[in-house]
Design a protein around this ligand. Structure first.
Ligand code: GAL
Length: 958
């Protein structure tokens, strides 16, 4: 259904039930009288319109994916995995290039993002800061805040005035999308971020101020925190203040070494639900780090199985995983410590593909939604166990008496395989040894947790217990369809209660049955999908039991439409399901396997708009084979090159440059000498910054330079009168460069040319105003000579009054090529020299490489493409990568580890001309550029449609 044919007003069940397919985005018609909704919370859970919900949420940062149609892709992928919510940081600095200047258009259109979330039926936890941390430059503070000597994150009135400026803008947007007002899907609003200073002077006043502002700006959803219960009462108290947990930390280099599970249960605040606004969903990786594949191993599907289920067993009813899609710190958004990719080892990779954790998140997520009693639980007595290596953390619902037994190794880090039997009492019956079948047991296969249900209403039937885990169940076409799972090859036992012996038909696989005392006991081995139909007078509703092994379970998708639940087995991704009348519209993605099976109460089934020819199956479902994706072919890239850096030449005209003449600074770095050289003081906040120092001192024998780039990937190169003096790289950038004999011209103008780079500003985690640590040159002094140096500097065109407002304040730095449009599509490079890669550089300096290439990828397919650079890691160079003018990566050949740069569709044109421009900074002779190629990260026949992000190309004279 196209977006404009649907009412904007999405309420209650409809909000979650009727997502729509990707489509062009006309302006929505405002709905005149939105119906309001209630959002309550108590000691158990959130309640929406009185109904308790388990909030299974994934963190997503729109500023890390500059292609609005892909926001829909990510939210659809989350929703498909059972994430009914997303937690979103809004980054102040992303929207504000200068004080009082704000942009919420294009890739910054947050109204559009929140519309998409509502359309896809995804609740939103809005996190607008003003400080967000998030491994983003300045922790989300705008870069112009480096020029404000205010006490960040405090009740300093000067800071509050600036923060209010942002809050007023972003709150107005969030307020337009609140579930409480019936206008969208925002259900909670987080005030500040990890602000643990509840007992410090001014801290409570600060929190109270932000709360008052939010309310004044129309925020009506609950104000929540991730401040580890620092703000549960008194001034600044929030409706609920939850917990952030990263139990494995961030060192991905030993991904098999686990730390123990935290016990969240002891963190419970009376009358507040137990929530984790952030729980570890991956880890960030530093420059020179082990790479994100290792982070994905550290925080893998087994981590999810043990840790996320432990949180459930502790009673948590809101879990948000940071990150579920990490994305790209494109442009200069990364913090100094981290490189461009923010893949995070998350469930959905930077290139929008599924990691193994996606399947585990889905298995658990589906369970949290299907089993309503989970939203109201208290601690309960553990079952008796016959193996001390395993423990049971138990809960029960006080109203339904449903039991939840979370089994894990007593030592949660244990990798052993251990088996156990339970002594379980359910509704007055005691089962002394579960499983009852001889020679079977419940096994934990290495690092694994299992939540077993007992005394649960599976529709109208009582599930006495199952040693398989329940993934989901629903009433579909007059019968209950339940999907349970276990490890392939392991035995399972499920006991159902019935008043008379039911009829058991095994439709597929092998199942043994036993009937005694009102219990129907089924025994089987998990493998593929075993199918059993159970019916009869003792069964109020027939039950189709789908018994899957873990992998097979993950091939099922469940969607809830306005006309009932739908279960689909197969396809790469089921994005949307709409059931109306007798027609079920499904849309999604297919890779190389076209097999699909649909359980739904329907006649006609359409896939991506076309009616499918399905055959009925003995399971009461329909099966069909859908068209598969076409293989894709990517062209080899051809290149032209041009040397740059005229700033090196003594005769270069720098008369328009900014003179470094300030004698005071807002930086927290103390200048060692005046004038102040720090780039931020002159409004240059991003990327490369050039300095030219003029001096006359004939006797000078060298120059001592100090600079700060931030982090391990720092660098400085210096030239005197066009002669290369050398480079320094790393964290500490200090060096005395000796002038070559005869290089200094006595009594004449001598020119030092110094290239620096700002690798991002520090976050302000400890509110020491660390974002105001200096960047650029910090000190310069001649040795031997006495004369002063007059410094001029140059950064991004326009400084804070940036020229490229579409790509925004983080896209560019001050390389000559950037300032002259060499990064942009349409720049006339025909006169450039043809080049082939790998190429070698004979001298230090800057060289640009450009490639213009036409892509003609199969239409109707969602292809994710990356750019790879491969080279020998000893060659000394750094590269900044632009695709169609968008800066999509910073690469440091000797440092790594990033060699792959996923390019979002919409930035990359899969059906048209693309311009790749790479600015290489050779810090020594012997640099150059390695092999550069396009690679396919995954291509699926898809309902997703992605429009190109409109952005300007080169225009002569501009
Ligand atoms: C949290 C913080 C997030 C992010 C995360 C680590 O402490 O709230 O913004 O920085 O750590 O990735």
């Amino acid at each position: 259904m196209a977006r404009w044919t649907r009412p904007l007003l999405l309420t209650g069940a409809a909000l979650l039930a009727t997502p729509c397919v990707a489509a062009p985005t006309p302006t929505p018609t405002p709905t005149p009288t939105p119906a309001s909704h209630r959002i309550d919370l108590d000691g158990y859970s959130f309640k929406l319109d009185g109904k308790r919900v388990y909030i299974w949420s994934g963190e997503f940062h729109p500023y890390r994916l500059p292609s609005p149609d892909l926001w829909r892709d990510i939210l659809q992928k989350m929703k498909a995995a059972g994430f009914n919510a997303t937690s979103i940081y809004f980054s102040w600095g992303y929207h504000s290039p200068a004080q009082d200047v704000y942009d919420f258009t294009g890739v910054r259109d947050m109204d559009r993002l929140l519309d998409i979330a509502a359309e896809e039926g995804v609740y939103v936890i809005a996190r607008p800061g003003p400080y967000i941390n998030a491994e983003v430059d300045s922790g989300g503070f705008p870069l112009w805040l480096t020029r404000q000597a205010v006490r960040n994150r405090s009740d300093d009135p000067a800071y509050l005035a600036l923060a209010d400026e942002w809050m007023a803008k972003i709150d107005a947007i969030i307020a337009r999308h609140q579930y409480s007002d019936g206008r969208g899907s925002v259900i909670a609003y987080q005030v500040e971020n990890e602000y643990y200073r509840g007992d410090q002077p001014g801290a409570r006043a600060y929190m109270e101020h932000l709360k008052t502002q939010a309310t004044a700006h129309g925020i009506t959803v609950p104000l929540i925190g991730n401040h580890d219960a620092n703000f549960v009462s008194g001034t600044g108290a929030l409706k609920v203040d939850g917990w952030d947990y990263y139990p494995q930390g961030f060192d991905c280099s030993h991904p098999d070494v686990w730390k123990p599970v935290p016990d969240m249960a002891i963190k419970r605040v009376p009358d507040q639900p137990l929530i984790t606004p952030e729980f570890q969903g991956g880890a960030f990786d530093p420059w020179g780090g082990p790479g994100y594949a290792k982070c994905a191993t550290l925080i893998n599907d087994r981590f999810a199985s043990v840790f996320y289920k432990q949180n459930i067993a502790a009673g948590a009813t809101l879990q948000n995983f940071y990150m579920v899609y990490g994305g790209t710190s494109w442009g200069w958004q990364a913090i100094p410590q981290n490189y461009t990719s923010y893949d995070y080892g998350a469930a959905i990779t930077e290139g929008r593909q599924f990691d193994a954790k996606y399947a585990e998140d889905k298995r658990i997520g589906y369970f949290t939604h299907a089993v309503a009693p989970l939203t109201m639980t208290v601690g309960a007595r553990s079952a008796g166990l016959d193996n001390e290596a395993i423990i049971d953390v138990a809960r029960r619902n006080p109203e339904t008496d449903t039991q939840f037994h979370y089994l894990r190794h007593a030592d949660s880090t244990a990798n052993a395989t251990d088996s156990v039997h339970l002594d379980l009492s359910v509704a007055g019956h005691r089962y002394k040894r579960v499983p009852q079948a001889p020679d079977t047991a419940i096994t934990l296969n290495g690092r694994q947790g299992k939540i077993l249900l007992a005394g649960y209403a599976l529709g109208p039937t009582t599930l006495v217990y199952s040693t398989s885990e329940l993934m989901t169940h629903a009433l579909i076409a007059g019968r209950e369809v339940a999907l349970i799972y276990g490890d392939a090859g392991q035995p399972g036992e499920t006991v159902l209660r019935a008043t008379t012996r039911p009829t058991v038909e095994v439709l597929d696989g092998t199942v043994a049955q036993d009937w005694s005392n009102g219990d129907l006991r089924l025994n089987y081995t998990h493998g593929g999908v075993t199918r059993v139909r159970i019916s009869g007078a003792g069964f109020a509703r027939p039950l189709l039991l789908l018994i899957a092994d873990k992998d097979a379970a993950a091939t099922f998708w469940r969607r809830d439409t306005a006309a009932g639940a739908v279960l689909v087995r197969g396809t790469h991704l089921l994005r949307v399901a709409t059931l109306s009348g007798n027609t079920l519209d499904l849309s999604g993605d297919i890779g190389s396997d076209g097999a699909v099976e649909v359980f739904a109460d329907t006649g006609t089934v359409r896939w991506n708009g076309a009616t499918i020819h399905a055959r009925p199956t003995p399971s009461g479902s329909i099966a069909a084979t859908l068209p598969t994706a076409r293989p894709i072919k990517l062209p080899a890239l051809t290149w032209r090159m041009h040397d740059e850096a005229p700033e090196i030449e003594p005769g270069f005209d720098d008369s328009e440059w900014t003179t470094a003449d300030r004698t005071v600074t807002t930086s927290i770095t103390k200048p060692e000498a005046l004038p102040v050289l720090f780039a931020d003081d002159y409004g240059f906040h991003t990327g490369n910054i050039w300095y030219r120092g003029h001096f006359q001192a004939g006797g000078a024998t060298g120059v001592t330079l100090k600079a700060i780039s931030g982090g391990k990937a720092g660098a400085v190169s210096a030239w005197l009168n066009g002669q290369f003096l050398g480079s320094v790289q790393g964290e500490t950038l200090e060096k005395t460069f000796t002038f070559p004999a005869g290089a200094v011209k006595a009594g004449a103008d001598n020119v030092l040319s110094v290239l620096t780079v700002n690798m991002g500003h520090e976050e302000d985690y400890d509110d020491g105003s660390d974002n105001r640590t200096a960047r650029g040159l910090t000190f310069a002094a001649l040795s031997g000579g006495t004369g002063p140096i007059t410094w001029l500097l140059q950064g991004v065109r326009g400084g804070e009054a940036m020229v490229d407002t579409v790509r925004g304040p983080m896209n560019n730095g001050g390389l000559f090529g950037e300032r002259s449009g060499w990064s942009l599509p349409g720049f006339p490079d025909r006169g450039w020299q043809p080049a082939s890669l790998p190429a070698s550089a004979t001298k230090a300096g800057v060289t640009w490489y450009r490639s213009t290439t036409r892509l003609a990828l199969p239409k109707g397919q969602d292809s994710s493409i990356a750019l790879d650079i491969t080279d020998d890691a000893t060659r000394p160079y750094r590269a900044t990568i632009f695709v169609n003018g968008w800066q999509m990566g910073n690469y440091v050949n000797q440092l790594g580890p990033q060699h792959r740069f996923p390019i979002p569709t919409g930035i990359l044109n899969p059906n048209g001309i693309n311009t790749i421009a790479i600015a290489v900074w050779n810090t020594q002779a012997g640099g150059g550029l390695g092999r550069v190629s396009l690679v396919d990260l995954g291509s699926y026949k898809s309902s997703l449609r992605v429009a190109m992000v409109p952005s300007p190309g080169y225009k002569a004279g501009e």
